[in-house]
Design a protein around this ligand. Structure first.
Ligand code: HEM
Ligand code: SF4
Ligand code: SF4
Length: 527
């Protein structure tokens, strides 16, 4: 229920941002990539700050102050960029997590990417909070005391850490060297964990589109000039800090420590972490059957490997004596059953009649290529009074099946790229329909990452297997949509049907096709 409400909210926001910026610049479609972008800004500005930072109880504060005031045009801007990009990283990370949760992208084989997100989350917070300590102002003092008391509550440290902050004399310069070390090593570790986070995501998008990156950087720069990051008063362990301005991105847990006690915050953190980490194993379970390889049909071309969005296929040396170098193998633990591999396989062609239609790789049962062809043939047996439209849809975009009530022949697969382009050719050249509508998730938000991109590229002839040139493109409508876009979708498809109603067969149709078309119409009128 929570996820359903959140999903609707994201769909609504995404539609709004699509209208404002277009899908290529929609930040909600590139949250992970933006996270990386912020990381690099933090890293570069951090290197600059490091050059001028002095470790020491008074030197630390003074060096940051002089950088901020005397070198405001560069050092000050760098400090602000460092602060605001770190905040941006937290924001991107939390919204990214919320969004993956809302879309249910943590189930089945996605458990790995979801779960490895949590060490990322912890490391980002540790890195950020350790940065606040380094300034050694009253805010740093407040965080240092509260954090050490919070850690001491566990009772696992021999000497309580909080003792370091009892009096001005109990703190020495080594503390700053240690914090500096933590503040450098943790971000490096973060990069390693991010690499692990993306191990099961093929071709991860780790850079935002240029326009989005440019806009984000300009926004940070303007913010840095208008509202430069500044320090509080210098820390003084002899007194208790009074008025503090918290950075809510990193420090919102601190007021909770006063509200709930240290034990309460530990209990809350442990409960939330356990629930979120265990989420992939809570019902409803992921049950889809993985793709299967039929060796007798596989020629080792590796197109399925390059199109799989989840690194679930690899090529290995041929094991069955057929004269090819390699064969495809699916790892069922990584396969999300999207069927994109079948859409890429050159052997998945519906024109095969002599032998059974068995593709080199395909989903089993209802989503196999033979079943797909049979479902299309059945769905297209409508009357021929008005333009007949075959709708190829997916299980995640708009509820295309509702269109069958309007007389359209609707067939769906788990992902739109699970339709090999030859099926479009099949429908039009065999005159099963006058036009084909291809619909899947909104561009930029494909449930299976590449479904929309691969489909567009295959139809445009930019990616194998491409749609043959002879197929009349004016009989194909591509329309990407999600729940909530029904009205626009119905209008587009009705307009498309209208445009077909008085259109003659295109010159690309062969005499044989025209003959076949006449025959099919005749067969129907006899029936
Ligand atoms: C700064 C922190 C993070 C960064 C930079 C980051 C980056 C990314 C990137 C680049 C992708 C691939 C997107 C694509 O190309 O489709 C991704 C996917 C994913 N991330 Fe993160 N991530 C971060 C934190 C998290 C966290 C905290 C979680 C959740 C606990 C999470 C969960 C996921 C999931 C589930 C996917 C897979 C989506 C799919 O399979 O389609 N990430 N992340
Ligand atoms: S795309 Fe088909 S033929 Fe090519 S390697 Fe994969 S299964 Fe084999
Ligand atoms: S069904 Fe999807 S996830 Fe599974 S092997 Fe094929 S392309 Fe990869």
């Amino acid at each position: 229920m929570i996820a359903g409400g959140l999903k609707r909210l994201f769909l609504w926001l995404e539609a709004l941002l699509d209208k404002a910026f277009g899908s290529r610049w929609n930040p909600l479609y590139q949250l992970g990539a933006l996270g990386f972008f912020y990381y690099w800004i933090v890293a570069v500005s951090g290197i600059y700050l490091y050059i001028f930072f002095d470790t020491g109880t008074t030197e630390a504060y003074n060096s940051v102050e002089s950088l901020t005031r005397e070198q405001w045009y560069l050092g000050g801007v760098m400090r602000s960029l460092h602060r605001y990009a770190s905040d941006g990283m937290v924001l991107m990370m939390l919204v990214h997590m919320l969004r993956e949760f809302a879309y249910g992208r943590f189930r089945g084989p996605r458990w790995f990417t979801w779960t490895t997100g949590f060490p990322v989350l912890v490391l980002v917070f540790v890195a950020g909070i350790s940065g606040y300590w380094l300034v050694w102002d009253t805010l740093a003092q407040y965080i240092a005391v509260a954090t050490s008391e919070w850690l001491d509550w566990l009772g696992i440290f021999g000497t309580p850490i909080a003792r370091n902050f009892l009096t001005p004399l109990s703190l020495d310069d080594r503390f700053f060297t240690l914090m500096m070390f933590v503040h450098i090593v943790i971000p490096l570790l973060l990069l390693l964990v991010l690499w692990i986070h993306l191990l099961r995501v093929s071709r991860p998008q780790i850079n935002p589109s240029r326009g989005l990156a440019f806009g984000t950087f300009v926004m940070l720069l303007v913010l840095s000039l208008v509202q430069p990051a500044v320090s509080h008063d210098p820390a003084n362990l002899a007194s208790i800090p009074q008025r503090l301005e918290l950075d809510w991105y990193y420090l919102s847990a601190y007021p909770l420590m006063d509200l709930l006690s240290y034990g309460g915050v530990w209990a809350l953190a442990a409960t939330v972490t356990c629930v979120l980490v265990l989420l992939p194993w809570l019902p409803p379970r992921f049950r889809a059957m993985p793709a299967e390889v039929h060796l007798a049909a596989c020629n080792g071309c590796a197109r399925c490997v390059s199109d799989c969005p989840y690194e679930a296929i690899l090529m290995r040396p041929r094991s069955d004596g057929l004269p090819f170098d390699s064969e495809a193998v699916v790892d069922p633990d990584l396969c999300l059953a999207c069927g994109i591999c079948a859409g890429a396989c050159p052997t998945a062609t519906p024109f095969r009649r002599k032998s059974d239609l068995i593709a080199g790789i395909e989903l089993p049962d209802d989503f196999s290529m033979a079943s797909l062809r049979a479902r299309i043939e059945t769905a297209c047996q409508g009357d021929g009074d008005r333009p007949r439209i075959a709708v190829f849809g997916c299980n995640h975009g708009i509820a295309a099946t509702r269109l069958s009530q309007r007389g359209y022949a609707v067939v769906t697969q788990p992902c739109i790229a699970g339709f090999p382009p030859s099926f479009i050719d099949f429908v039009l050249s065999r005159d099963l329909a006058d036009g084909v509508v291809i619909t899947g998730c909104r561009a930029g938000n494909c449930e299976h990452r590449f479904g929309v991109d691969w489909t567009e590229a295959r139809i445009a002839g930019l990616r194998d297997p491409y749609l043959r040139k002879r197929v009349p493109r004016d009989r194909i409508l591509l329309h990407w949509a999600a729940a909530g876009d029904e009205a626009a979708f119905v209008t587009a498809i009705d307009r498309f049907a209208e445009s077909l109603s008085d259109r003659p067969l295109t010159p690309s149709s062969t005499a044989h096709e025209k003959e076949a078309r006449g025959q099919t119409r005749r067969e129907k009128s006899h029936a």
